[in-house]
Write a protein that binds this ligand. Structure first.
Ligand code: 5AD
Ligand code: SF4
Length: 437
């Protein structure tokens, strides 16, 4: 039997697309392995959203060189970096057999065949971004958590971001199709459904129906069964009141909202083309907190955007202090060639970016710890994900607010919801005991 490995970089959309690549390879007769040294085909599903991604991919290709020489392993590179680089990538690394954008992954079988029969030395597919990618079956690592893209691409053109250039314009998947797919996953036993999109709350804008994100959530919640719905990422500028109402009302929707801030400075937000001010962001976050009691807010934050002064950075710290995110993904701005910000004046010195990110991380860690303490004594409904990595006798799961919880219990509880009394709160995880099933 032939083995294949899929290595994933980047966001949840890539995780989803890797699950589909795995399924395609399985259907071709490959066994999926994590051990690249025994793989006959290796796919790197890449990201290009920040600079570090390319270095990581080059490092991995270096590692794969001897396997290619020894076993003749087929090397494929998919995802946003492949999409961005196209032919140039195969020219730079002749060891790569296949370069493919993720909307083309349905063509993996024919690409492998062309390489195996020697019809083509390299297969490069990075086009067709106007069409919806095929809806393919997926093999998720967890049998309990599934993800579903509700739309592809982005129309926002935030000035730092490469995504609209590599993933194309926004294309929403028809509502009934998404609802059907959720139903199938729930029937198969999945307990958590993650809806994915570059900008989920502008869902439907490109459709010629009046379907929108609030309606999609409402329809999904009508599906019978016990399951939880999450979504990433909404854009603050598109967060309509009806979406907040649905989140507040529907028990099936997780009380966790990722609300990318990017910067707390209105001046920098304008330069980023984010289309909201500091005041508008704070007002939205406060409104969500009032209408959805106990909600956990998280964010993405960039430091060192071109022209960011110490005063601008202090505005970011101010918002972080005020909102109290449960956690945040924090990044140093990195230049992406082809974006508007790449050629802006006032690029910030790496030393200053580092100094700012350390200060931001320090504040956020303090806020994460504070928000964790709020759980002490609570009874939380938790989806059991399985034994913890470190200790087989301890189970791990997540609250509706996406907080990790560790507790003792029988392995058979995997995939069920249990009530946990929280006894101890550390910054990143909670510890408790089962009080109900
Ligand atoms: N530099 C740093 N961070 C970036 N992000 C996107 N583009 C860049 C960039 N050029 C971050 C944003 C986005 C997250 C997915 O990655 O915070 O929300
Ligand atoms: Fe990039 Fe902005 Fe679109 Fe998000 S909303 S993918 S940051 S352009």
């Amino acid at each position: 039997m032939k083995n294949a490995a899929v290595i994933t970089y980047g966001c949840q959309m890539n995780v989803n697309e890797s699950a589909k690549i795995k399924k395609i390879l399985q259907n071709m007769g490959y066994n999926i392995t994590d051990d690249i040294s025994e793989a006959d085909a290796v796919f790197l599903n890449t990201c290009t959203v920040r600079e570090g991604a390319a270095t990581q991919i080059y490092g991995k290709l270096g590692e794969l060189k001897w396997i290619k020489e020894e076993r003749g392993t087929i090397i494929g590179v998919t995802g946003c970096f492949a999409q961005e680089q196209g032919d140039a990538l195969a020219k730079k690394f002749p060891m790569i057999d296949i370069v493919m954008g993720n909307q083309n992954i349905g063509k993996i079988p024919s690409a492998i065949e062309k390489i195996e029969t020697g019809d083509l030395k390299h297969v490069i597919y990075v086009g067709d971004e106007d069409e919806l990618p095929p809806r393919l079956d997926a093999d998720f690592d967890s049998k309990k958590v599934a993800s579903i893209p509700i739309g592809y691409g982005c129309n926002n053109f935030c000035t730092y971001c490469i995504v609209p250039y590599v993933r194309g314009r926004e294309r929403s998947v028809p509502l009934l199709q998404i609802v059907d797919e959720v139903r199938v996953f729930v029937e198969k036993g999945y307990k958590e459904i993650m809806l994915l999109g570059q900008n989920v709350n502008s869902y439907g804008n490109d459709l010629d129906t009046d379907d929108n994100f609030a309606k999609l959530l409402t329809e999904i919640c009508k599906i019978d069964g016990e399951f939880i719905v999450r979504f990433i990422s909404p854009h603050p500028k598109d967060f309509a009141d009806d979406v907040i109402d649905v989140i507040a009302k529907e028990e099936k929707i997780a009380k966790a909202i990722h609300l990318p801030l990017q910067s707390g400075s209105t001046r920098i937000l304008k330069a980023m083309n984010r289309k909201y001010t500091q005041d508008e962001y704070i007002a939205l976050a406060e409104k969500i907190k009032v209408r959805v009691p106990g909600v956990a807010l998280t964010a993405d934050i960039i430091v060192g955007f071109p022209g960011e002064t110490e005063e601008d950075f202090l505005e970011t710290l101010k918002v972080v202090e005020k909102i109290g995110f449960e956690s945040a993904y924090m990044f140093m701005y990195s230049i992406r060639k082809g974006t508007v910000a790449a050629t802006m004046d006032g690029q910030i010195d790496e030393k200053i970016k580092k100094e700012r990110i350390y200060r931001l991380i320090e504040l956020q860690n303090k806020k994460s710890k504070e928000s964790s303490l709020k759980y002490e004594g609570n009874i939380e409904k938790v989806l059991v994900e399985g034994p913890s990595k470190k200790n087989d006798d301890v189970l791990t799961g997540r609250t509706s607010t996406n907080k990790i919880v560790l507790f003792e219990g029988d392995k058979d509880l995997e995939g069920t919801f249990v009530d946990i009394k929280i006894n101890e709160c550390k910054t990143w995880s909670l510890y408790g005991e089962i009080v109900g099933q």
